[in-house]
Design a binder for this molecule. Sequence first.
Ligand SMILES: NC(=O)c1ccc[n+]([C@@H]2O[C@H](COP(=O)([O-])OP(=O)(O)OC[C@H]3O[C@@H](n4cnc5c(N)ncnc54)[C@H](OP(=O)(O)O)[C@@H]3O)[C@@H](O)[C@H]2O)c1
Length: 252
Amino acid sequence: MPFSDYRTALVTGASSGIGAAVVERLAREGLEVHALARSEKALRALAERTGCIAHAIDVTDLAAVTALTKKHAFDVLVNNAGVDKPRGLLKAEADDIDLLVDVNLRAVLHLCRLVVPGMVARDRGHVVNISSIAGAYNFGGNSTYHATKAAVSMLSRQLRIDAFGKRVRITEVCPGRVATDIFAHVHGDSAETHERFVKGFELPQAADIAEAIAFAIAAPVAVNVGHIEITPTLQVPGGLQTTRPADAPSKA
Ligand SMILES: NC(=O)c1ccc[n+]([C@@H]2O[C@H](COP(=O)([O-])OP(=O)(O)OC[C@H]3O[C@@H](n4cnc5c(N)ncnc54)[C@H](OP(=O)(O)O)[C@@H]3O)[C@@H](O)[C@H]2O)c1
């Protein structure tokens, strides 16, 4: 059983939402779970609740992340830390683009570079990358976020080729809207934000995503669950927009 073969896990973005739920779920399986995020206080509370080992580290701090991965041999890596900024590309600040690339993509690439070779050498390991439906479909949103998540999606497929021949499994989990604090983190913690994104919607909870991840990890080691898309039942991507140019002659 893979869960009993796997002994250690590293979960990034563990201080809230999906990451915290994944820590909780993996700890329940008896894994030694290392929880990484910046918020020391939230991590401390999570450690008290789950027994996880907290690392108050910025995932973009390459020296700190490198030191952590040199110290522990992780059997499971969950690349979950992610950020978004509300403005679309035409109004984006340079720093916002850099932040999204650094957290959502660069850190994921570095963590895979640092952790996957050890998995390959041990012939055992599982990488779970959290992308987004924003990486698979185009819809109104922040194009930089879409681009970073599309890159994570392709990386997940490509990693399978890099690790080919060894029992290293790669799973991309692609959520639609999930009821977490991400909306408060991106748009501000207000009643309007809650009303716009959460209130009255029937949404998957962070624990539902953690359960899907547990399913992929608990599958027999001969089984690689490559891609899981999870959306609310009452959410569907797609749509087509067609418009006349602003200076088109009137139809009259
Ligand atoms: N909720 C959704 O609707 C949804 C949909 C699709 C995809 N996703 C993806 O799912 C993942 C988890 O999102 P969530 O909904 O659980 O959001 P969340 O509640 O905002 O959690 C984001 C996590 O990332 C961590 N993080 C952010 N910047 C970091 C940094 N520089 N270093 C280390 N950790 C950092 C945050 O911790 P600190 O602030 O303490 O560092 C937090 O633990 C993200 O990748 C997100 O893009 C979410």
